[in-house]
Design a binder for this molecule. Structure first.
Ligand code: KIV
Length: 271
């Protein structure tokens, strides 16, 4: 059942969507292809994230470090061809914005040309120059702080970040710096609820949480997690369906029908 929806927000509207000013929480979900984008868009989400988590959720890799700009352009194009109303945000993959500023702008531009309305990148104060360069090129940038999967090796695994005063202060400094550099919103992933609430209070731009508690200005989940397609999920995920089991049951029923001669029927044949 699809809900009637308000028009999805533009980048400036997302920037102004703070719950403390009465804004309705932002809803973002990942989409990696046209059918996924169509389903999520029909459900009335505000933002579709073509996440580099396409690596783990679709392409069979162990981590997000494996996807390239070409992969992200391919999947962003597929999402955009569904012509969603929701704002499409595409992830800049690892190493596409870490080395050279002009190349970073060109890489982000290729995602915009593929159909994204904004890009997302991971990291704090060290990313200020690239955020400024992208904003100067009229490319809206969403930040991503906390448990940043592209830093899996530096973090020593996928661990909750920002625990303890020093780590929380560092994250606070990162958040203020990327907001000042021009990010229009920031994803907070895998941090204590209390820290997410405090950052949400301090920042003028909206925070979009994933594993960061309920006090953010919005929430994002990986679509394959909430639909029950991924085999195991972290504790912050709520599963709203069990599609993997349903799909297996459906395919098994088809296989049985073929094997016992019940598919196709005469009505499913041409004459
Ligand atoms: O790629 C992704 O799915 C993400 C979300 C976890 C925010 O970046």
């Amino acid at each position: 059942m699809t809900q009637s929806r308000p028009a999805p927000p533009t980048v400036p509207e997302v920037r102004g969507r703070k719950r403390r000013q009465g804004g309705v929480p932002l809803v973002m979900v990942t989409a990696y292809d046209a059918p996924g984008a169509r389903m999520a868009d029909a459900a009335g989400v505000d933002l579709l994230l073509v996440g580099d988590s396409v690596a783990n959720n679709v392409l069979g890799y162990d981590d997000t470090l494996q996807v390239t700009v070409a992969d992200m352009v391919h999947h962003t194009g597929a999402v955009a061809r569904a012509r969603p109303q929701a704002l499409v945000v595409a992830d800049l993959p690892w190493l596409s914005y870490h080395i050279d500023l002009p190349d970073s702008v060109r890489n982000a531009a290729s995602l915009i040309r593929a159909g994204a309305g904004a890009v997302k990148l991971e990291g704090g104060r060290s990313r200020v120059p690239v955020i400024e360069a992208l904003v100067a090129a009229e490319i809206p940038v969403m930040g991503h702080l906390g448990l940043t999967p592209q830093s899996v090796h530096t973090m020593g695994g996928y661990r909750v970040q920002g625990k303890g005063v020093e780590a929380a202060d560092a994250l606070g400094a990162d958040a203020l710096a990327i907001a000042a550099a021009g990010c229009f919103a920031v994803v907070l992933e895998g941090i204590p609820r209390e820290l997410a609430a405090s950052l949400t209070e301090q920042l003028e731009i909206p925070t979009i949480g994933i594993g960061a508690g309920p006090d953010c200005d919005g929430q994002v989940l990986v679509m394959h997690d909430l639909l029950g397609i991924t085999p195991s999920v972290p504790k912050f995920v709520r599963r709203y369906a069990d599609l993997a089991d349903q799909a297996t049951t459906a395919v098994a029923a088809y296989a049985a029908d073929v094997r016992n001669g019940q598919f196709p029927s005469d009505a499913e044949s041409y004459h």
